[in-house]
Write a protein that binds this ligand. Structure first.
Ligand code: ADP
Ligand code: ADP
Length: 223
């Protein structure tokens, strides 16, 4: 379970967000500027809330009252950014290996094989990110995050930089992560159609507040 109860002032925005999600995939939905990315950065440990508490499956990640603020690398949370942000000078294989190497964790050949197969990126392993399509890059970025065996995967508008055909190409992989690998995710999007396909729980965020919470059916046709 992901339990969030935070307050944060960011720029002109006064955020006060509380929810508890048991969903395998929690969708954060809302317009640009609502605070979704800031919230994801707080879950990742990249931004500290001003007040409140964040817990994941019973582990407190942040609690202002007891002074707990686990550093990002101790949260075991993976992050996939909108643009992938792969290391441009490294091959795909190096990109996949790099996190474990940096953290001093043993290489994981079996995990690598499973992840490479699940995302169909075997033919890309010797290439550099500049030679990949946008969709391929995002698959590698997802694979790189999974190599660290995260307890939670954060995806912030992972399809936003892709054209419609590429968006359609990636979605089945995300559904595979959910249904086969059962990877818990927090998935940010301002497209209801995307969230209806992937999320079990929807948190609607507008101007720094939760304005609706529930199943995908809370997303209306006009969203
Ligand atoms: P998104 O809606 O996906 O966050 P934006 O275009 O709003 O995309 O923001 C892109 C980046 O710029 C984000 O990392 C965000 O934190 C940062 N950003 C957004 N608004 C501001 C701002 N007013 N001042 C500085 N940085 C901002
Ligand atoms: P969303 O992801 O929903 O688009 P963000 O979390 O990116 O929203 O932004 C929330 C608010 O915080 C926006 O008003 C944005 O302009 C502001 N903001 C984001 N990053 C920064 C920043 N680095 N400095 C100042 N304001 C920021």
């Amino acid at each position: 379970m992901l339990a969030v109860d935070i307050q944060k002032r960011v720029g002109d925005l006064d955020m006060a967000i509380a929810f508890e999600s048991e969903g395998l995939v929690t969708g954060l939905f809302g317009p640009s500027g609502a605070g979704k990315s800031t919230l994801v950065n707080m879950i990742a440990g990249l931004v500290a809330p001003d007040r409140g508490r964040i817990a994941l499956d019973g582990t407190v990640l942040f609690d202002v009252q007891s002074g707990i603020n686990l550093p990002a690398y101790q949260r075991h949370i993976g992050y996939v950014f909108q643009e992938g942000r792969l290391f441009p000078h490294m091959t795909v294989r190096k990109n996949l290996d790099y996190g474990r190497w940096m953290a001093g964790i043993a290489p994981d050949q079996d995990g690598m094989k499973r992840i490479v197969a699940m995302l169909d990126i075997e033919p890309l392993l010797q290439r550099r990110p500049g030679k990949l399509s946008g969709g391929e890059r995002q698959r590698v970025a997802i694979g790189r995050a999974l190599m660290m065996k995260p307890r939670l995967l954060l995806l912030d508008e992972p399809l936003a930089s892709l054209d419609p055909a590429r968006k359609a190409e990636i979605m089945p992989y995300l559904i595979r992560l959910r249904d086969e690998a059962r990877i818990p995710m927090v998935y940010v999007s301002h497209y209801a159609r995307e969230l209806k396909r992937i999320a079990n729980v929807i948190v609607r965020i507008e101007a720094g507040r939760v304005t609706a919470f529930g199943g995908p059916d809370i997303l209306t046709r006009s969203d």
